[in-house]
Design a protein around this ligand. Structure first.
Ligand code: NAP
Length: 312
């Protein structure tokens, strides 16, 4: 029987998603009628392929919808929607993870090896200074989920001593794992490089404020590809100004695009990247959408189901 799927992730995304989705459905042996336009009979839609800011605010008309498949990893803009009663799945896919690992490793190595200083000193002077080794630079990875764990393990493979922090206790062979308030304090006190890969939830909003930043060793750096709301912007600028924090590399912001007059743009201690740490790529993400539809049709457990009570 034909499955009806509504691509409600924005008309501008349809051209790049259509082919990969159709190929993924065929590869999964699914007979799917895929439409990018609001259906005449919303009650007949079986699956919604969704992105916040796309075509749906009110899920109530989709009375037959079995699952909403979010094409983004973050769900903070949809998880509390009171009209959404179906299971919500978020995106975890190899392309997203690879992109995040490359971003985090690149920016960690940039700071660790002092690459900015090297580039700024091409002045004919032969300075023979041994760079530090990764083994001397403790990293705190806040968030040990799909992305945080992959980044933590990649940094550990380079010999960084990696401390991880998560909501629930974890046992990961190459990572020193912590949880709870004491765990956060412990990892921040020791970290030269802090990476924030937490979701935006009521619990994580402003998690990194003045007190938490004051715990960091002088000269530490922060890399935030998680969400802008994790960090108190004013507190961040304050520790950059007083030199406790040597640098902040920020990919995500409370307001995106980051307004042109925001102080982050002009601060010498801040690198702004425009939410490009990890993109959902249709070629790697479409098979995940197809696999979840296949599972739902077969009555098997869905992948990457969002826990509404926890908000991620
Ligand atoms: P995930 O698999 O849901 O992992 C989230 C991690 O955060 C888990 O380890 C979780 O702990 C931990 N956590 C959540 N709330 C916490 C709290 N209150 N205290 C301590 N730890 C907490 O998410 P993911 O796939 O790794 O993605 C993480 C975030 O990255 C996304 O939510 C999104 O905001 C962001 N992201 C950014 C980009 C970009 O391009 N910049 C791209 C994709 C995603 P438990 O393991 O104990 O549950």
């Amino acid at each position: 029987m034909t499955i009806n799927a509504y691509f409600a992730a924005g008309a501008e995304r349809w051209p790049e998603w259509r082919g990969p989705l159709e190929r993924a459905f065929a590869a999964a042996g699914l007979d799917v009628a895929l439409t990018p336009t609001p259906p005449q009979s919303p009650g007949k839609v079986d699956y919604i392929i969704f992105a916040p800011g796309g075509d749906i605010e009110d899920f109530r008309p989709f009375t037959g919808c079995k699952t909403v498949l979010n094409i983004w990893a973050g769900v903070e803009n949809v998880v509390a929607n009171p009209t959404l009663t179906q299971p919500l799945c978020r995106m975890v896919d190899p392309g997203l993870t690879e992109g995040m690992v490359e971003y985090v490793v690149a920016h960690a190595l940039r700071h660790h090896l002092g690459i900015d200083a090297i580039l700024g000193r091409q002045d004919g002077t032969w300075r023979h200074e041994a760079p530090p080794l990764a083994r001397e630079q403790p990293v705190a990875m806040l968030g040990l989920g799909a992305l945080g764990r992959a980044c933590a393990e990649a940094l550990a493979r380079l010999n960084f001593p990696v401390m991880g922090w998560s909501s629930t206790p974890k046992d990961i062979p190459t990572i020193e794992c912590h949880s709870g308030d004491d765990g956060l304090e412990e990892v921040l006190r020791r970290a030269q490089i802090v990476v924030t890969l937490l979701p935006h939830t009521p619990e994580t909003e402003n998690l990194i404020g003045a007190w938490q930043l004051s715990l960091l060793p002088r000269g530490a750096v922060l890399i935030n590809p998680g969400r802008g709301a994790l960090i108190d912007d004013a507190a961040l600028i304050s520790v950059l100004d007083d030199g406790r924090l040597a640098h902040a590399t920020l990919d995500v912001f409370r307001t995106e695009p980051l307004p042109a007059d925001h102080p982050f743009w002009s601060h010498p201690g801040v690198t702004v990247t425009p939410h490009i740490a990890a993109e959902t790529r249709p070629e790697t993400a479409a098979p995940v959408v197809a696999e979840n539809i296949r599972r739902a049709e077969a009555g098997e457990p869905l992948l990457h189901v969002v826990d509404r009570s926890r908000g991620y």
